[in-house]
Design a protein around this ligand. Structure first.
Ligand code: PLP
Length: 391
């Protein structure tokens, strides 16, 4: 057995079903293993590496920050945090940012922010409505609002007061509302749940319901955010605005960083000194990664690039649906898409690996495509060619 795989298997708690390759280096949209085999990356480390690998400008900024200062804790101000917050405020349109180290922590923060708001306003509200098939992370709060038994059952009892509605079914959400409902949390495009896009009627309906009932709307943009769906954040394409949102993954291009954001209306009644914190969150390295990522996104206009290449990917996947017996539908938008398949997704992903293509499953029967956002049409063609062989 490969020495790296053996060391990993002997050393780590066995919580991941890993593909049997050892990656060593990345360049653009390709990864290379220790044998020198090249892989076209349509997984981007779970929708993280949007700028691909080896972006010199990003790497230089990170190296310079390492030489200067990369940890202070939040006891002190430092030169990078305020700038990164300003950058995220500009691209989200939200008013207040809290930096975390991961997506799960960002979601955790959204839930605490909503609970604190209810506490301070003395509304007596504490319940959350979440969606079936949702995924929000692995910490207790995040898993408590994750709508999938496999993630929840081994860890019950979880945070009380959570109920689950059908995604894209407004009536099922309304049926769960009580005078104790504090917030409704949803992904505008469900990733792990099988690449399910929220309908406009659903998103607008939830916003209206929240306004009428005095409930906070939380959008989890950890996976679908930061340009991936063809708008900077997916909720922005619906003409609504959440009260609180989470983000992570692509905002730091692979440096571990997440954030949650809220409007000023929420912030004035929400978290205060002592309520929430993290030793590492928003450290200078993470904040440099955020600011540089945002700068590159804006300068290169990556969002319109995603619209263009996403439309091409849709066309090519639609053709695949027509041509291939085992592909029944295309799902998703932008560069967060998937195909519904009748063969086991694990078998397809493993066969793709042999062909030098990295893809991942989503939900029960979907193969997901979340490549670096810098891909070009030729990479879509290469992916389709490899996929056809696999299917
Ligand atoms: N929320 C969503 C929508 C996600 O897709 C994920 C991870 O895939 C998370 C939260 C958790 O993020 P992390 O793995 O960084 O804790």
């Amino acid at each position: 057995m490969n020495k790296y795989i053996e060391a990993t298997q002997n050393g780590l708690v066995h919580t991941y079903n890993q593909f049997p390759i050892v990656l060593e280096k990345g360049e653009g949209v390709y990864l290379y293993d220790t044998e020198g085999k090249k892989y076209l990356d349509f997984a981007a480390g779970y929708a993280v590496s949007s700028l691909g690998y080896g972006n010199q400008e990003l790497n230089d900024a990170l190296k310079a920050q390492i030489d200067q200062l990369f940890h202070t804790s939040n006891l002190y101000y430092h030169t990078t945090c305020g700038k990164a917050a300003e950058d995220l405020k500009r691209v989200t349109g939200m008013d207040r940012i809290f930096f975390t180290n991961s997506g799960g922590e960002a979601v955790e923060g959204t839930l605490k922010a909503a609970r604190k708001y209810a506490y301070k306003r003395k509304t007596g509200r504490y319940e959350f409505i979440a969606m079936k098939e949702s995924f929000h992370g692995r910490s207790f709060g995040a898993v408590s609002v994750t709508g999938h038994d496999a993630y929840r059952e081994p860890f019950e009892p979880l945070v009380p007061g959570v109920s689950f509605a059908e995604y894209n079914n407004l009536e099922s959400v309304k049926a769960l509302v009580t005078d104790k409902t504090c917030a409704i949390i949803l992904e505008p495009l469900q990733g792990e749940g099988g690449i399910n896009v929220a309908s406009e009627e659903f998103m607008k309906g939830i916003r209206k319901l929240c306004d009428e009932e005095g409930i906070l709307m939380i959008c989890d943009e950890v996976q679908c955010g930061m340009g991936r769906t063809g708008s900077m954040f997916a909720w922005q394409s619906y003409g609504i605005k959440p009260d609180i949102m989470s983000m992570a993954k692509a905002i730091g291009s692979g440096i571990p960083v997440g954030a949650f954001a809220m409007t000023e209306e929420v912030a004035q009644y929400s978290l205060e000194p002592g309520d929430h914190g993290t030793t590492y969150g928003g450290n200078p390295l993470a904040c440099t990664a955020v600011s540089k990522t945002v700068e590159i996104f804006e300068r290169e206009n990556l969002v319109s690039h995603v619209q263009e290449i996403g439309a091409y990917l849709s066309e090519q996947l639609d053709i695949l649906v027509q041509e291939s017996d085992c592909v029944t539908a295309r799902k998703g938008k932008g560069l967060m898409q998937g195909i519904q398949v009748t063969k086991p997704t694990g078998e397809i992903a493993n066969a793709a690996l042999q062909e030098g293509l990295l893809v991942i499953g989503a939900g029960a029967d979907v193969i997901r495509f979340v490549p670096p956002l810098i891909i070009e049409k030729e990479h879509v063609d290469e992916m389709i060619e490899k996929l056809k062989k696999v299917l």
